[in-house]
Design a protein around this ligand. Sequence first.
Ligand SMILES: C[S@@+](CC[C@H](N)C(=O)[O-])C[C@H]1O[C@@H](n2cnc3c(N)ncnc32)[C@H](O)[C@@H]1O
Length: 315
Amino acid sequence: MTITAHISVLATPYIEALCTDEDGRYIDATFGRGGHTRLLLNQLSDKAEVLGLDRDPQAIEAGQTLMQEDQRFTIVYTDFAGIQQAVEAQGWSSVSGIGFDLGVSSPQLDQAERGFSFMQEGPLDMRMDFESGQPLSKKLESVSEKGLVKVIREYGGEKFAGRIARSILEALKEGKLNTTRDLENVCFHATPKKMRHGHTHPATRTFQALRIWVNDEMNQIDSAVETSMKLLKAGGRLAIISFHSGEDRRIRDLIEKQVHGCTCPREFPMCVCGFKPTMKWVQKKPVRATDEEVAQNPRSRSAMLRIAEKLDEPC
Ligand SMILES: C[S@@+](CC[C@H](N)C(=O)[O-])C[C@H]1O[C@@H](n2cnc3c(N)ncnc32)[C@H](O)[C@@H]1O
């Protein structure tokens, strides 16, 4: 098996967006193999500090190597629910920037035994943190057909979610669903014949949806964005790269709430809730990869970078 190096997407705009103080304290909440972290460290002074987080034990190992090379860096094994605790353990009360590059890394995808890829034979696992939680095989044992349709439709945007979910559960009952290749085969045959050979493989959206489900990625995003906005110091930046329109909408809406402030119904003549804006958009629309980057790294095609800044004082 070849494990490809992870190419960090939207590297220049992401690092430029995050880096507002060269002596500051920063969090890279999705360390991966540290591509973005290294670029960030290159922009910072000797006084700066960077905290890297990841829920994947293999990413933590890579982070420990970087820790030995660069004293400004610390790695912590946690998911997004543990961000606040990790920051407190560092003795920090606020940070100049927090960055997220969501989804899976190339090494995760390339290792068949992690179960993320339909291109290789592997177990039905898909956990980013393979030391906790339930693998896909276990989750499928207890999900209802209705529940599975919802997962595949909402997280995958899959038109044939109903047929695919039904086929998955049938194959499971018959003992014919044991590996990623079995799952790929089920998705392929559950897709109408004339739709099987398009630009995207018929299993792509279902695999994405199941991965999001196994790793509880939507709830993780809610917790990540809420905590990050609280941890930023005035002028500090939140930069988030996502690869899925559902995730991007969720991120946009969570930030927009803080940009808007007031929660009163539109028809109210004046504000009675008293909520003030705490954030502003650095750029209203998400930043996308250039044609040149997409040509070099096709994974960047769907990447969307949202950037927001903490206000000095609620206004
Ligand atoms: C796309 S990769 C990041 C790559 C990294 N920016 C780089 O340049 O090497 C995403 C990483 O975030 C981690 N991750 C995703 N969701 C997470 C979560 N909820 N909590 C902690 N880590 C998470 C994954 O395990 C993976 O290592």
